[in-house]
Design a binder for this molecule. Structure first.
Ligand code: ATR
Length: 273
């Protein structure tokens, strides 16, 4: 990488960001395409994230990814936004700031990669979790499926997430097993099973034979949920799929070219090993 006075700057805004794999992934693609750009993680601290993001306008940045806890602030700071929650920012030539959300579409890309015929077979979705990731994925999946049932430890958040889409429903946490048995696609969108976090005994035994099981957790890459689903011969989708495809769509927004997801997967898998 040759950094010069003309090198364009892309940043990851969030807190914390030091464990992020996005710099490795995005700089790999930047090198693949011989672009004069560099992607670095910026831990954003302070009381006024919207003001901080707006102040970045003055520095001539090209773009940003935004992660927890600033996705709402990023959308609010933008002049043009496609949703109230943004994970991608792009500073335009006219000085305005545009905000996009590639989490939902990135999940669909990853799902299509793992199970190309999913549209024909996924009618009922079980969404485990009701946080930012669950809501972004649900909003994009909703028009393609009959129902999305949310099951969440805190039931009020499941209620709110279900109300935000036309075909949202709610299951009680105690009914997790019933949800597993009824779903064509199960999306695990909580931090359960992540290294250093608690996990539960997932009722994979009751899954339908053609169910697809997705986990957004990628540390470890093979969670207990995915390993149980694979042991049963179910189609699975790991957390790197979402990470890579949301990033690929961001790269396309910034540079106008589609980067290679397979190259990112091999670099990220090596980094996680
Ligand atoms: P993100 O934006 O990454 O989705 P989030 O908004 O904090 O993060 O959401 C985290 C999700 O993981 C929530 O659904 C949360 O459940 P609550 O709404 O009840 O907090 C879920 N979660 C985190 N830890 C959990 C645990 N130990 N058991 C069950 N659910 C958990």
């Amino acid at each position: 990488m040759n950094i010069s006075g003309a090198t364009e700057l892309l940043v990851l805004l969030g807190d914390p960001v030091s464990h992020s794999l996005s710099p490795l992934m995005q700089n790999g693609w930047i090198a693949d395409h011989n672009l004069d750009a560099v992607y670095v993680a910026l831990p954003l601290k302070g009381e006024s994230p919207v003001a901080a993001i707006r102040a970045l306008k003055a520095f001539g940045l090209k773009g940003a990814n935004v992660t927890v806890p600033y996705k709402e602030a990023a959308a609010a700071a933008a002049d043009v936004r496609e949703a109230p929650v943004a994970n991608v920012l792009r500073w335009e030539r006219d000085g305005t700031l545009s905000a996009f959300n590639t989490d939902g579409p990135g999940f669909i890309d990853a799902l299509t990669e793992a199970a190309p015929e999913w549209r024909a077979r996924v009618k009922r979705v079980l969404m485990v979790g009701a946080g930012g990731a669950a809501q972004a994925i649900a909003a994009t999946l909703a028009p393609h499926v009959d129902t999305i049932h949310f099951v969440n430890r805190t039931s009020e958040r499941a209620d709110a997430a279900a109300l935000a889409i036309p075909n949202g429903r709610v299951l009680r946490w105690d009914d997790l097993e019933r949800g597993f048995g009824a779903a064509d696609l199960i999306v695990q969108a909580t931090s359960l099973g992540m290294s250093g976090n608690p996990d539960i005994a997932w009722p994979v035994g009751v899954c339908r034979a053609n169910a697809i099981v997705a986990d957004i957790v990628y540390r470890p890459l093979e969670t207990a949920l995915l390993s149980a689903a694979r042991a049963r011969g179910l189609a699975t989708l790991d957390g790197l799929g979402l990470l890579i495809h949301q990033g690929a769509r961001a790269f396309q927004y910034w540079f106008g070219v589609d980067p290679d997801p397979a190259k990112a997967r091999s670099r990220l898998t090596a980094a996680l090993a």
